[in-house]
Design a protein around this ligand. Structure first.
Ligand code: NAP
Length: 449
């Protein structure tokens, strides 16, 4: 069950299926955008004439390469890595690197495609791209991670540059991995080009508030959606999936705004702590010790750990999926709505299945898609590039203020665009159309390239 496409868009979608066989996440991401573009072609027929949608659906460049590396025992491993440079109409390609065994071209293309519209929504001069590898960092030593990152960068460096393509982190890629990749880039190129990576350490060109930005931004966006309905986050009960970078800082900001997060998860189980998740304990376990979330009950004996549990079965006012794609299906959406959930905002990329989205929309709860709700991460990456270009370093408070203003603007633009196209409150349409229009206008101005 997915929404229908306008008849002009059906052949475009068929062509995407034909040209990209087997890439089901990419098909899903394209379908979700095309579902909302029907009214745009009525208002702007020139975009059909110029084949803007067909051009946006085809990446400008796709790089696939081998990454050989040796483990601590001397055994050789071979991984595959990708960088998809999707669209540079608004600026250099910008988007994270993901290290996870599930990575293949279809995942990187779905993420790169979404990134085009997300980056456009921020209003900042960044194009869309994404990369990653099927390398699994779990259980690997620091030295093994370093050797893998160095091998990957020995190929990738030639495609990057502060005005060309600027990677950052994503699942499995945090400060440690960015450090190793940046170090190898610097060594090979003999250039200290700070702006070639974002998410760097604070001592060597990173931006304050970048680590926190995606999670914080998701919560700022949630707060704006509730405000638009005369409500707020204060006093709300929240459930957050995941316990990585995005989840951790979403929890932190929820608590700062007076909400209580009672559950979070990892890929093996869920933690429910009715007193509110203890963030200090969570950071100790996940960021410092790099252990499973089940260790939380060693510190909080009265919290409950459920191996293989479903986090969406925990009753809440607000749900923030912050783990991975398609982690929230129709049955989960139904449970959330029946349990009285009033708002869902996506810290993760495409975490809700198309059927789940329809259920949220039918129930008329606030639903903020990832493209809009998690754009705070890449927006703060663009602020990091700005600081690097001017050899400047802003305070945490100033950077966070900029992030909050950007999230308020994104919310306003999505809200107003949805209303302009006759779908008030539909943030999916608002985000897709607002992002699309910015990219389409730039592409039109630049001719057939
Ligand atoms: P992360 O730090 O690596 O954390 C990922 C979290 O999600 C972990 O708790 C992980 O559990 C869980 N997870 C990952 N794959 C899973 C799977 N297949 N099934 C169930 N749980 C899974 O990554 P992150 O940076 O927080 O990214 C989380 C999401 O946010 C992703 O969708 C990413 O694309 C999106 N995002 C990130 C940023 C950013 O700035 N980092 C920006 C925008 C969007 P395990 O540890 O057990 O694997």
């Amino acid at each position: 069950m997915t929404a229908k496409l306008d008849e002009k868009l059906v052949p475009i979608y068929q062509d995407v299926l034909h040209r990209n066989p087997g890439e089901k996440e990419f098909h899903q991401a394209v379908h979700e955008v095309l579902e909302t573009l029907g009214p745009v072609l009525v208002k702007y027929p020139e975009f059909a004439d110029k084949k803007i949608i067909q051009r946006i659906c085809e990446p400008e460049r796709q790089i696939i390469f081998r990454v050989p590396w040796q483990d601590d025992q001397g055994e050789i491993h071979i991984n595959r890595a990708f960088r998809v440079e999707f669209n540079s109409a608004l600026g250099p390609y910008k988007g994270g690197m993901r290290f996870h065994p599930s990575v293949y071209l279809g995942i990187i293309k779905f993420l790169g495609f979404e990134q085009i519209f997300k980056n456009a929504l921020t209003g900042l001069p960044i194009g869309g791209g994404k990369g990653g590898s099927d390398f699994d960092p779990k259980g690997r030593s620091d030295d093994e991670i370093m050797r893998f990152c160095q091998s990957l960068m020995t190929e990738l460096y030639r495609h990057l540059g502060e005005y060309t393509d600027v990677p950052a982190g994503d699942i499995g890629v945090g400060g440690r991995e960015i450090g190793y990749m940046f170090g190898q880039y610097k060594r090979i190129t003999n250039r200290y080009e700070s702006g070639v990576f974002t998410g760097k350490g604070l001592d060597w060109g990173g931006s304050r508030a970048r680590t926190e930005a995606t999670g914080y931004g998701t919560v700022f966006f949630t707060h704006e959606m509730l405000k638009a309905r005369g409500d707020s986050l204060d006093g709300k009960t929240v459930v957050v999936s995941g316990s990585g970078n995005v989840a951790t800082y979403a929890i932190e900001k929820c608590h700062e705004l007076g909400a209580k997060v009672i559950a979070c998860s990892d890929s093996q189980g869920i933690i429910v702590d009715e007193k509110g998740i203890d963030l200090k304990a969570l950071k100790q376990i996940k960021e410092i010790e790099r252990r499973r979330i089940s260790a939380y009950t060693e510190i909080h004996k009265d919290a409950k750990y459920v191996e293989g549990g479903n986090i969406w079965s925990v009753p809440c006012d607000v749900a923030l999926p912050c783990a991975t794609q398609n982690e929230l299906n129709a049955s989960d959406a139904k449970t959330l709505v029946e349990n009285g959930c009033i708002a869902v905002a996506e810290g993760a990329n495409m975490p809700t299945t198309p059927e789940g989205i329809l259920l949220f929309q039918d129930a008329k709860i606030c639903y903020g898609p990832g493209k809009a709700a998690n754009a705070g991460g890449v927006a703060t990456s663009a602020l990091e590039m700005q600081q690097n270009a001017s050899r400047d370093s802003w305070t945490f408070d100033y950077t966070q203020k900029r992030l909050e203003e950007i999230m308020i603007d994104i919310h306003k633009n999505c809200y107003e665009t949805a209303a302009e196209f006759g779908s008030e409150g539909n943030y999916v349409l608002g985000a897709n159309v607002n992002g699309f229009l910015r990219v389409a206008k730039a592409m039109t101005a630049m001719g057939v390239i």
